[in-house]
Design a protein around this ligand. Structure first.
Ligand SMILES: [Zn+2]
Ligand SMILES: [Zn+2]
Ligand SMILES: [Zn+2]
Length: 443
């Protein structure tokens, strides 16, 4: 820190760090940008990292994962919030009339793979975990009952009552097929609307679009469930109203039907998976119980998380030997080991369970949206970058030029990644971003 602070180039370094928004693991680039006049070939402007601190330009890593970089994850969270909210009330290129379209907040859960310790509350009081009067004793001698009233931070939460009885195979296979379950669910929704409107699928497309934005959340027991905004639009998306018969009630009934109707089979093991019985469907209204801000904040929060809250790792694992190097809780260890076991089976190769063992089998995207839901993260990013570019031009770092008459030659190479511990401390202080995140990797 002292070396950095005494460096005559410190101000420029601090400027770079501010530009990355305090990214904890910035990419270092070495290179140059040259602007030439197309007509005369005259060099108009040259930028080189040669004169930058340490001879490199630092750019943000842009990860969405808070456990890796809290600063970039915060940008991602804010963008996701804007994206989800725009789909509910308009803005960012989405017409405000979208607020009148029927929209539901739907949570699709995973089924049970065995009893786990849970914390339940009723009227502000914590209930016993699994109180059973005539509790069975499992073949491993474990009484299938737990009368503890678990604290919110009890490490046993999500752990099976009996790990030997717990269906680890089912748990990781469910995660692996859950993106396909979601895809079939959205298809079943469309088919249901075709049936109730007595239209063919093609005719339906000319009248109705079903738009959604969804996020995956890991439960403590290590399975994913999905939270989704599902909205009804006319044929061109948010700019056109849905037909009169496509009401919020009709959508709710279609969701209930579709969620119960579809399955995915893992044929080599003759196992069939479906959503859990718990299905939560709530209308989103601007003045009711569930507002568009609440929904957008909820989805955005989970968009920056992965499986680390289950106590697993945020990096790839390929062998049991490698797994043994990490101090994981028993349940997470068993889930990863099960992925490695199933991943070695040729019949299941397409589930790529070894590659996604650290994610407990889930290889889908954390937050996704249908094409017409609202704006895109890319568009939000481009707008921000354009703003920064204009700022650079007005502060004299880049010449104002006409793209048609100026030839831009760039040459960049990768020159490393990350910040030293001292630089991390300074970066956190300069940008007022958290140095470490709860549950994050301190390395
Ligand atoms: Zn970053
Ligand atoms: Zn318990
Ligand atoms: Zn047992």
């Amino acid at each position: 820190m002292i070396t950095r602070l005494q460096d005559p180039n410190y101000d420029r370094w601090a400027h770079q760090i501010k530009r990355t928004g305090g990214c904890r693991q910035p990419i270092h680039l070495r290179g140059k940008v040259e602007h030439y006049d197309r007509a005369t070939g005259r060099l108009l402007h040259r930028y080189s990292t040669h004169t930058e601190p340490d001879g490199v330009l630092r750019v943000a890593c842009k990860t969405r994962r808070a456990s890796r970089c809290p600063a970039c994850a915060e940008t991602y969270r804010a963008d996701t919030y804007q994206l989800v909210r725009a789909g509910l009330v308009g803005g960012k290129g989405v017409p405000e009339t979208v607020a009148a379209h029927p929209a539901l907040f739907v949570t699709l859960t995973a089924p049970s793979f065995g009893a786990v310790h849970v914390r339940r509350e009723k009227n502000g009081k914590v209930l016993p975990c699994h109180a059973r009067r005539d509790a069975e004793t499992c073949p491993h001698g474990q009484v299938m009952s737990c009368t503890s009233r678990h604290a919110a931070d009890d490490p046993r939460l999500g752990e099976p009552l009996c790990p030997e009885c717990y269906d680890y195979e089912g748990s990781v296979l469910f995660n692996a097929v859950s993106p396909e379950l979601w895809r079939r669910f959205t298809e079943a929704l469309r088919r249901r609307f075709a049936r109730i409107s007595e239209l063919t699928m093609r005719e339906l497309r000319e009248q109705l679009t079903i738009s959604f934005a969804k996020v995956a959340e890991y439960q403590r027991r290590g399975v994913v469930h999905f939270h989704a905004v599902i909205r009804l639009d006319g044929p061109t998306g948010p700019a056109s109203p849905p037909p009169a018969w496509a009401t919020a009630d009709a959508l709710e009934q279609a969701v209930q039907h579709a969620a119960g109707a579809i399955t995915v089979e893992v044929e080599p093991l003759a196992r069939v998976f479906r959503w859990g019985a718990q299905l939560d469907v709530r209308p989103i209204t601007m003045n009711g119980d569930l507002t568009e801000q609440a929904v957008a904040a909820y989805i955005a929060k989970y968009a920056t998380k992965a499986a680390e809250c289950v106590g697993t790792l945020d990096r790839r694992i390929h062998t049991l030997d490698e797994l043994a190097l990490y101090p994981l809780r028993e349940h997470a260890h068993r889930l990863i080991a099960e992925c490695l076991r199933l991943g070695a089976l040729d019949d299941l190769a397409d589930l790529r369970l070894t590659q996604w063992a650290h994610m407990l089998g889930f290889r889908g995207h954390f937050s996704t949206k249908s094409r017409r839901y609202s704006t895109t993260l890319g568009a939000l990013r481009a707008a921000r970058e354009e703003h920064q570019r204009v700022e650079e031009i007005t502060t004299g770092r880049l010449p104002l030029f006409d793209e048609d008459t100026v030839l831009v030659i760039t040459h960049w190479e990768y020159a490393g990644k990350g910040l030293s511990l001292g630089d991390q401390l300074l970066a956190a202080a300069i940008t007022r971003t958290p140095l470490l995140v709860e549950g994050g990797d301190p390395s």
